[in-house]
Design a protein around this ligand. Structure first.
Ligand code: SAM
Length: 322
């Protein structure tokens, strides 16, 4: 895919630039490179900055490499999943010694990019007729239709319930299993729609939206990988290093919120009115506790509407100023 075919508007662009603004030099890992929109801003704003971009989608890697070719001295893109951040850093260091340092930043802009969503053959969209695939890396793992071929009713009901479709989860899951096997996205969307009582169909958005999102999370193991990358980043980042995460789903956001809180409180469980008396030491501080896009941004880019930005800064293990 050429850069002009890969068009994705970076979400909360200025807010993300603001998080990393104090880190003028150093190495920032963009764990979800996509079209490289955020990375481009980070490179353009600071001439000393180095970016290692990761994406599990090879078409995003090729598009970002072409798009950011002018920064090739300070930019490297690797086709890798972000939970393998440690391995990717080692590989980057082996290729170019400029990348042999502890990262000072990590950016995660979760979910799918516009080109992934808009290309029917990727199977992410219930509106576009295509194979029911949904893999961000189509060379690995099982597609959505393969997962549906073997999933049990209980497992599918739980998946839908845990990821937002609570009202009719069992009913939809039953209908989905009856409708197997699936050749296409639209075939599944029709089955989901007809499983919902007529009165409920008239309210809210298309019932397939949340079901497709739940399936996508499972196909790509998204929540598990988010947990792993954040735990690794807390150890990998140098003191003063910053982590920013843009999430688009309550399941993602609650992982970010709870892991960040653990770092900021040092795991302290004392009631806040007493202060911490259990000796817990804060490992991070909030930079952005929680922020949504502005009304203007949502109007200009409706896909940003569910975004939530959170960011922390890692502290020195020996306390401030150590
Ligand atoms: C919302 S887009 C990022 C857009 C990017 N910030 C920009 O400005 O163009 C998310 C990207 O993250 C990638 N991605 C999602 N989960 C990933 C993971 N576990 N490891 C690596 N890349 C991932 C997707 O393939 C997609 O290209």
């Amino acid at each position: 895919m050429t850069p002009s075919e890969f068009s994705h508007k970076p979400v909360m662009f200025e807010e993300v630039m603001g998080v990393f603004a104090p880190l003028a030099s150093g190495l920032i890992v963009d764990g979800t490179l996509g079209g490289g929109g955020h990375s481009e801003g980070l490179l353009a704003r600071e001439p000393e900055r180095i970016i290692l971009g990761l994406d599990r989608d090879l078409s995003a890697i090729s598009a970002a490499r072409a798009h950011l070719a002018t920064y090739s001295r300070r930019f490297m893109a690797i086709h890798q999943e972000f939970d393998q951040i440690d391995g990717a850093l080692a590989a980057a260091c082996e290729t170019d010694s400029a990348f042999c340092k502890a990262p000072t930043g990590l950016l995660l802009d979760l979910g799918v990019s516009s080109p992934q969503l808009e290309r029917a053959e990727r199977g992410f969209s219930y509106r576009l007729e295509g194979p029911l695939d949904m893999r961000m890396d189509p060379s690995k793992g099982q597609s959505a239709s393969e997962i549906l071929d073997s999933i049990s009713l209980d497992d599918l009901t739980r998946l839908l319930r845990e990821n937002g479709e609570s009202r009719f989860a069992r009913r939809i899951a039953g209908a989905m299993l009856k409708g197997r096997p699936y050749q296409s996205t639209v075939q599944l969307a029709d089955v989901i729609k007809s499983a919902i009582p007529a009165a409920a169909r008239r309210t809210g958005g298309h019932p397939a939206t949340r079901v497709f999102q739940a399936l996508r999370l499972r196909v790509n193991n998204e929540l598990e990988k988010l947990h792993v990358v954040l735990e690794k980043a807390f150890d990998l980042l140098a003191p003063g290093g910053r982590i920013a995460v843009l999430s688009y789903h309550s399941g993602e956001d609650s992982i970010v919120k709870s892991l960040f809180r653990e770092q900021v409180t040092g795991g302290c469980i004392c009631p806040t009115r007493y202060g911490c008396v259990c000796g817990a030491v804060a490992k991070a501080r909030y930079v952005v506790r929680s922020k949504a896009p502005s009304k203007e941004e949502i109007e200009g880019n409706p896909r940003s509407r569910s975004a939530r930005l959170r960011a922390v800064e890692m502290l020195s293990p020996n306390g401030p100023g150590a």
